[in-house]
Design a protein around this ligand. Structure first.
Ligand SMILES: [Cu+2]
Length: 497
């Protein structure tokens, strides 16, 4: 079935879904609930979902006398931790109790378009007051997450400005070792507002600025008749696991305990940092993928939608603030308290020394990188306030058109591709590829190998290269993970030809 027909059929059928039993939707996707000739294993016969998610308004008590109303999952923030087993088929029922169609994206999983949760790729939506049963085989192992994938544009109650984010952990066949227990941390801001110009840190990424890229933006700005800056998003409330610093339950630790923190940046648009005075983070995985070189760092920098799994050995007793380096954001809640057994007193924060974030330190030393079959060059650029006062974003001069949804790049199954990205803007962009992972091969002016990811931050006026193998046919979305950027053009589709 071609894509256009698929979408038409889906849109005719799905608005009725709320009135129909789940089994009536079976023709819309592979339904493993009824045994059939090809499909009669023990897992396929179970009709009960492993998880049920309800999308709807929930109340998030971020602090005393401060309760925020937002769309979230199962009425809570963050959404429930979903644990899957790598390679074992699962069933998830998703009910949409809101008045708008929704998309539920399984971020970082190698799954088909039918369940990926992206309108741009052709995933049918979950209709307002309807439901979808999703049956898929979770992979790869590690820390993933789920979030909405709708367009928000100027609506700050929609998309990832809402509370529609939750963690996923896909248990590996062989468990990692070297820690005593896990803690999941979801970093998320609430109460967004628009302002002109931004205040985000942009000087923490290592690597040189490329003058030619800066010249492109300078030239554009000079020639543009529009001298105003585009709208940016700010937030009033900052939380970890839905609680502002000081209002959540402290994380109680014992001396000598090794805690594996699984940290998800669930923000709609912010880059976060995290430090814990007197402690270091031994990073064992980035975006759920084990890193070749696990080493200790004093500060974490986590782009929008990035994940870090890091072990902290508790060997500095006290009551500490684990928090964001930005004083305003930490002051408005971005932090949590780490309390050693028997220790009392006011939680302490110590400003860490500046530290440049360099992905390559986690990579292989002198590793081998195969030559790609094809290199795809991309230039990212900004048109100031060009779309109703918002910045418009282009890839190779083209802003993604939601009406046409035309694939820009074409892939052949099994080939290895190199994306050579040039950022002709001063903003940092966390670049994300759906349904695949990629290997960083060059970043911040350095070659590297062995670091697998699905989101990576590209610094202002910097370049980077990532390689991926086209091994999951179907339309594949590539975009900047900032809601404000992707909604205003910063997306492209790959198709398999
Ligand atoms: Cu961006």
């Amino acid at each position: 079935m071609d894509r256009r027909k698929f979408i038409t059929t889906a849109s005719l059928v799905l608005p009725l879904a709320g009135a129909l039993p789940a089994s009536a939707l079976s023709f819309a996707r592979p339904d493993k609930t009824k045994p059939s000739e090809e499909n009669n294993g023990p897992h396929e016969q179970k009709a009960k979902a492993d998880y049920t998610i309800r999308i709807g308004i929930g109340l998030v008590e971020v602090g005393p006398q401060h309760i925020i109303s937002t769309v979230c999952y199962n009425g809570q923030f963050p959404g429930p931790l979903l644990r899957f087993r790598e390679g074992e088929q699962t069933i998830v029922d998703i009910y949409n109790d809101t008045d708008s169609p929704e998309q539920f994206h399984w971020h970082g999983q190698f799954i088909p378009v039918s369940v990926d949760g992206s309108t741009e790729e052709g995933t049918p939506c979950i209709p307002a007051h309807g439901m979808r049963r999703e049956v898929f085989v979770p992979k790869p192992a590690g820390l993933r997450f789920y979030h909405t994938h709708t367009v928000a544009r100027g609506d700050l109650s929609a998309g990832q400005y809402s509370g529609q984010v939750g963690p996923v952990y896909i248990e590996p066949k062989v468990k990692p070792t070297g820690y005593d227990r896990e803690e999941f941390l979801m970093l998320k801001e609430f109460e967004p507002y628009f302002m002109r110009g931004g205040d985000m840190s942009s000087d923490f990424l290592s690597g040189p600025v490329i003058p030619e890229l800066k010249a492109i933006q300078d030239k554009r700005e000079k020639e543009s008749p529009n001298k105003t800056k585009g709208y940016e998003v700010g937030y009033k409330v900052f939380t970890i696991n839905g609680r502002q610093l000081g209002h959540g339950k402290p994380i109680q630790v014992k001396y000598g305990e090794r805690i594996l923190f699984h940290i998800v940046n669930g923000s709609g648009s912010e880059i976060r940092s995290l430090a814990l005075p007197g402690h270091t983070f031994k990073i064992i995985a980035l975006d759920g993928f084990t890193v070749p070189n696990p080493i200790e760092v004093p500060i974490l920098w986590i782009g929008t939608a990035e994940r870090i799994s890091a072990i902290v050995e508790m060997k500095h007793p006290g009551v500490w603030i684990m928090g964001d380096l930005a004083d305003d954001d930490r002051g408005n809640g971005m932090g949590t308290i780490i309390q050693y057994t028997g220790q009392k007193g006011k939680p302490q924060w110590v400003k860490p020394k500046p530290y440049l974030w360099d992905y390559t330190i986690f990579g292989k030393k002198n590793g081998y990188v195969p030559q790609p079959d094809e290199t795809i060059k991309m230039i990212f650029a900004k048109q100031n306030a060009a779309d109703k006062g918002f910045n418009r974003w282009t890839i190779n001069g083209v802003a993604f058109n939601m009406g046409q949804m035309k694939p820009m790049f074409h892939l052949k199954k099994g080939k290895r591709y190199r994306l050579q990205m040039y950022n002709a803007s001063d903003d940092i962009h966390p670049m994300h590829l759906h349904r695949h992972s990629f290997e960083i091969t060059k970043i911040g002016g350095k070659n590297t190998s062995g670091i697998m990811k699905d989101v990576v931050m590209l610094g202002g006026f910097q370049e980077m290269e990532v390689d991926f193998v086209a091994d999951n046919p179907g339309l594949t979305l590539f975009h900047c993970h900032m809601q404000l950027h992707m909604d205003f053009g910063f997306m492209a589709l790959f198709d398999y030809v």
